[in-house]
Design a protein around this ligand. Sequence first.
Ligand SMILES: Nc1ncnc2c1ncn2[C@@H]1O[C@H](COP(=O)(O)OP(=O)(O)O)[C@@H](O)[C@H]1O
Ligand SMILES: [Mg+2]
Length: 603
Amino acid sequence: MRHNPLQKQRKYLKEFWTFVKPYKKPLRIVYVLFFLNSALNLLPALSVRYYIDMVLSNRQMSLFGLQLPLLSDYTVNEKLFFSGCFAAGIVIVILIANSIGVTMHRRATRSVENVLFDIKIRIHNHINKLSLSYFHSERVGRIMTTAVGDVLNLSMMLRNSFGLTYEAVQFFLAPVLMLFLSPALFIVTLLPLPLICYSFYSIRIKLKPMYRQQREHQSQINAQMQEVISGIREIKAFNMEGRSGRSYEDINRRFYDVQNQIMRTFSFNHQLQYGSKDFGLVMIAVLGGVFMLYDIGNVTIGKISAFLLLANHFYMPISMFLRYFDIMQNGMVSLERIIDFIGISPDIKDKSDAVVMHRDSTSPRVSYKNVCFSYTDNHNVLEDINFDVQAGQKVAIVGLTGSGKSTLISLLLRFYDVGSGSITIDGRDIRDFTQTSLHQNISAVFQETFLFHGTIRDNLVFVNPDRSDEDIKRACIAANIYDTILELPRGFDTHVGERGVMLSGGQKQRLAIARVLLKDPLIVVLDEATSSVDTITEKYIQQGIEKMLEGRTAFIIAHRLSTIRKCDKIIVLDNGRIAQIGTHEQLLTKAGVYQKLYQSTAF
Ligand SMILES: Nc1ncnc2c1ncn2[C@@H]1O[C@H](COP(=O)(O)OP(=O)(O)O)[C@@H](O)[C@H]1O
Ligand SMILES: [Mg+2]
């Protein structure tokens, strides 16, 4: 079904309303306060008219049909007393308006931050829920833009929506007051409008492409800076400092030129706006005077003075609207992106009747039956995979790079779902289990161990917060990492740097093994877990690995023969198909892929 833009907009606003609804009441109060504050701020301008005409010009005035006293016979002292009363009254109004202002700003901030807080948490949780297939590299940037940039735009929109209310009230109320005072003077007030509109138009039309250029240059500058930082070794080794500096200068010069152009256009139109307003004020004074002289439209000095103040309340919102327009437009686009993002439903979901995978057996049986899988629609990465792994067996998966080994085990972890066929654990399809319980029972160690920001202890216990210090110690000893941790400056409380840079590859790998031991899963998956460490370190880790695999069903992808030799079964993958299955000894004696792999130095 095709939606027209308005329907679409309504759909987004409806979704957005679910975030705003919990704070409906406080928000309503905030908008009412903004309205009151804005209206009160017009009162001083209006009362100036009464003060001048009544006290200084001795006119007979009436207010809401009520005759006010005529002050022509009053003494100077009495008039001074009136002036004092007038000033006090205005001060009270200003004080009330300002105290409303303080309250409303505080409440507005609180309400907006509450809504944004919920949205940010929702985005974060949604990222966690999304399936792995969503995280293609080009999408990561987009997710970041939504999670950071779009949320910022939205917050700008929400914060400014109050200001917009304030200005809108002024914009509509000021003309009402002006018309009530003097229609003739109101027409004079409209005189500079064409100039003000022209300056807006020219800012909008001329600046838009310039801003786009500026953003493009800025992202080029960022990209180049990032390239310099990540490629600093190559830049130094190949003496590319000069070249890199020159191209950086070029981009910056282009940025500089656009920036200057923007400032020129902006300042001209800005001045034009200010000039037009001043022109309007002068016209009110001069033409107002002329009207008075010729007795046109019942203009008085009091009315002219009130107009000089009110005109500002009228001109000001017009110039603010332009700013708000951009903020609102950006905010709406960002809102749509955020709503679209949190609307993406994960490819892999728990069934409505999914069961918890219990630990009935000490180590479960795993079977792949006729499994096919493709990342994209047109090409099967895995074809017709059939094999059984008995309880507690260790299976090695070998094959050339790209033959589908990692994909094969990703399916067991349900990072992706099989295209056809099934994977069962103890006879039950893995899609019948809740993902949480499945992941509780399967652990994986990858080539690159990812350490989260925090201490070593944090990185160990997050898998199972109930573990005691004694458990942690035992796991670390088994993984051969305990002594190393104790040698660190603050032991288990040492902070690992960003992405765990303070630890070597082997140390991180051993930490990952300790992590698996602490989690105590039924099935363990090792995807080239030791390929990033040297052979000596691997030997050192080997003991830990053996400890980790003890009594568990295991899938091992490894390049080194030492790791594979002891496995109960070796599955040889060739271009997504199983080429051979057997033990090391069996496979060596047969001519085939395994023998070739073994004879070449492939592993
Ligand atoms: N996320 C992905 N999207 C699309 N294709 C992929 C993805 N991951 C791997 N592939 C492709 O699937 C095939 C098997 O990859 P993989 O399972 O990583 O092989 P191996 O682990 O044996 O090196 C390769 O051709 C690879 O290009
Ligand atoms: Mg791989």
